[in-house]
Every structure is written in C-alpha cells, then in structure tokens.
Ligand binder design. Structure first.
Ligand code: HEM
Length: 393
C-alpha cells in the first residue's frame, strides 16, 4: 500500500490502521499538502519523544506560524491544555487541589450506581444503542455531579458542551465555529452566576473547593477551566466505553476471558485504550527547526501526532499490534492519554469508567451481540461510532 492520508475517506474512518501502517513504514514524517503543510507523525518512538520534549515543542497556539487558518481565537480560552509552563504548572496544581485523586476514588460507588441504572434500563429493553443509552450519558453526568453544578441545568449545559467540544477538531466549518463561540459565551455567563452563588454557599464539591483555594484561579481562568473539564471529560470517556463494548462484541473469545476473570478488569481498560484511541491525535508547535527522517520541520509549523497510529506500531507492540489482547503486557504504555507534562489530567476518572463498565457488560450480558455494523462519524480527532446497536438477551 502506498502511504496516503485521507481521513475523509469512509474506509479510513472505519479502519485507519492499514493507512497508518503504510505511513509509518514509508513516510513517518508526512507533510499533508492539503492542510497547508502540516506535518503528521505516526511512529510510537517519535510521538512519545515529542510529547516528552517540552523544551522544543509547545502547545501554545501563539507559537503557530504555519498551519490551517484558525477562525477561533484560543487567546481568550486560557487553559492548561493550550499553555506551556509556568502558567501550565500553576494551573494544573490548582486543578488537582480541586479534583484530587482521593476525590475521584471516593466517587467510585456513585459511578457504579450511575452505570448500573443505565444497564438496568438496557436489560429491561433487551436491546439499545450503547452510544445514546450509556456512553453519551454517564460520563457527562459524572463530571457534572463531581463539579457540583446545579442539577436543574444539566440538559442545557450538556447541549452547550456538545457544541464547544468541536474546539478539539483541527478543522471546523464557519457554522460550527459560530456555535462553539456562542455556546462558550452563554456557558461563561451562566458560570459567572453559578460561581457567585457557590462562593456565598460553598458545598462539598470540586467547584466550591476551586473557588475557595488559598491561591485561587482568577475568575476568567476558573471559568475557562470549568468549561475545559466539562468539554474534555465526557466525550473521550464515552468513546472509550463505546469502542470497548464494540471490541467485546466483535471478539467474543476475549469477552469470554474477561467474563471468567475479573482480575483482568484493569488491564482490559488499558488494552481498550491502546486498541482504539478515543482521541486520535494531538498537536504541537516546534519552537525551533527540527530535522526528522530526512525532513526539516520549520519552527512554528503545526505538527499532528497520531496517538492512534502510535498505539498500533508493530515496532513497539510486535506482530499482534492490530489485535485485541486483554492480557497484553505493558498495555498501559499506550499513548491515548499522551505523555509528559500534559498527560491527561482525568485519566484516573476515565479508567474508573472503563473498570466499572466492561466487566459488568460481559458478566451481566453473556449474550451481548451487535445488531448491525456501527455507523461512523467523519471527525478527525474524535473519530468514532455514532451508533452501536446491541442486543443483550
Ligand atoms: C478516555 C478518556 C480520555 C482520553 C482518551 C483523554 C485524552 C487526553 C489527552 C490525549 C490529553 C493530552 C493532550 C495533549 O497532550 O496534547 C488530555 C489532556 C487533558 N485531559 Fe483528558 N482524556 C480523557 C478523559 C478525561 C477526563 C475524564 C478529564 C477530566 C476529568 C480529562 C481532562 C483533561 C485535561 C484537563 C487535560 C489537559 C491536561 C494538561 O494540559 O495538562 N480528560 N486528555
């Protein structure tokens, strides 16, 4: 196969891995002519090294000199994801005071309850669309509850977040960009009121903790980070669950192993994360000219790092890289949460969702089956199934 990168080809959306394999072998540092010369990196070793190299690679869009035109200004969305140290260091520390590992772990029983409610409903119906019934509901409700946001506004916020999440796509139409900005502005205004109320009546929740920290965020930073948490948590977590259930339905012998051995629950999540990266890519901007595989990447040119491709690199994972193996050793070295200082802040919460869902699905529903092949969205970063119809009885 000759190396091509056409993510809009339906064959690519359904199975991009043969395309990535050709790119890794033939053109591991690939310039995408159709995207204004953006570079695409596909090998595990390269992606891993770049993610760790904070001296030469920035996440700050203000360092972009060459790449797709951005209609959207990231300058007024000050968050850890788009900033280098020292801002990144301070904000990330503040966030982890609010959403601490202990607080996440304490949420485990409640999360199990939310999942059980959804699986009860699936059981009653005997069939359903896993995306609509479970994956698009549970992770959003979880972060919403953890933050302590007013229950009455749950649906409105869910709608805003569904618009704003498109911020994470490298390409957006003018209509989509407009919707992002409109929803973000409305959510900001709403959050001003919510924060004012919480300051006056703090509760035992993450938002109250963030507002009352001794070295707090300023209002603008805080609101941007609350939006970031709402946007970055639910979709990829839902995607992990959907991809995982799809993989179990397609690999009944692996589902049987998991059913028989609950000690596999944790490694199964790592392998699911490796097998299908919920976020397929991330980006960096080199701060100096970079020589790689005989090419020169000029400083400030956008670079796309394919986490999905790195996770299937035979040089790292051996000949079974394209197979699902829930017992795979060191599966947790996948790059789905990235690496280095920007490693996913919510990885423990995301993992907990998987640990509580996959075992339950196979043990409770031994007859789990796909009703039909899923339909796929045409997104670049958040590539995934839009519908996964299953029967459970
Ligand atoms: C399976 C689910 C998830 C996946 C695959 C995922 C993936 C990622 C990736 C790849 C990054 C790094 C981006 C980069 O370095 O360029 C990241 C960062 C981040 N994630 Fe997640 N994420 C998930 C769930 C969550 C959850 C549940 C939360 C919130 C509770 C969250 C919050 C964040 C935040 C705040 C950052 C920015 C970290 C930083 O810049 O220091 N994510 N995530």
């Amino acid at each position: 196969m000759t190396a091509v990168y056409d993510p809009f080809d339906p064959a690519f959306a359904a199975n991009p891995y043969p395309f990535f394999k050709a790119l890794r072998e033939e053109d591991p540092c690939h310039q995408i002519a159709a995207a204004d010369g953006v570079w695409l990196l596909t090998r595990y070793a390269d992606v891993d090294a770049i993610l760790h190299d904070r001296d030469r690679f920035s996440v700050d869009h203000r360092n972009l000199r060459r790449g797709p035109e951005q209609d959207l200004s990231y300058d007024d969305f000050p968050v850890i994801l788009f900033r280098d140290p020292p801002e990144h260091t301070r904000w990330r520390r503040l966030l982890s005071h609010g959403l601490s590992p202990a607080r996440i772990e304490a949420y485990r029983p409640r999360l199990a309850e939310l999942i059980d409610e959804r699986l009860d409903a699936l059981d009653d119906k005997g069939e359903g669309d896993f995306v609509a019934d479970v994956a698009s509901q549970v992770p959003f409700q979880a972060i919403y509850e953890l933050l302590g946001m007013p229950p009455a506004d749950h649906d409105q916020v869910h709608a805003w977040v569904s618009d704003i999440v498109n911020l994470t796509e490298p390409v957006a139409s003018p209509e989509v960009t407009l919707a992002i900005v409109r929803s973000r502005d409305e959510m900001r205004d709403w959050l001003q009121e919510v924060c004012a109320h919480k300051r006056a009546h703090p509760g035992d929740d993450v938002l109250s903790r963030l507002l009352t920290d001794t070295d707090p965020f300023d209002d603008d930073e805080l609101i941007s980070h609350v939006i970031l948490l709402n946007v970055s948590a639910p979709e990829p977590t839902g995607s992990l669950l959907t991809y995982g259930v799809l993989a179990l339905a397609r690999n009944p012998e692996q589902a049987a192993e998991l059913r028989a051995d609950p000690s596999l629950d944790r490694n199964a999540v790592e392998e699911m994360l490796r097998y299908e990266a919920p976020l397929q890519l991330t980006g960096r901007y080199p701060l100096q000219d970079i020589e790689l595989h005989g090419k020169t990447i000029e400083a400030g040119t956008a670079m796309v790092l394919s986490l999905a491709s790195a996770n299937h690199d035979q040089d790292r994972w051996g000949p079974t890289a394209d197979e699902l193996d829930l017992r795979r050793e060191r599966a947790n070295e996948h790059l789905s949460f990235a690496r280095g200082i920007h490693t996913c802040f919510g990885s423990a919460l995301a993992r907990m969702h998987g640990q509580l869902t996959f075992g339950r699905m196979v043990r409770r529903f031994p007859r789990l089956e796909l009703v039909e092949e899923p339909t796929w969205n045409s997104l670049l970063n958040r590539r995934g199934p839009t519908q996964v119809r299953i029967t459970v009885r």
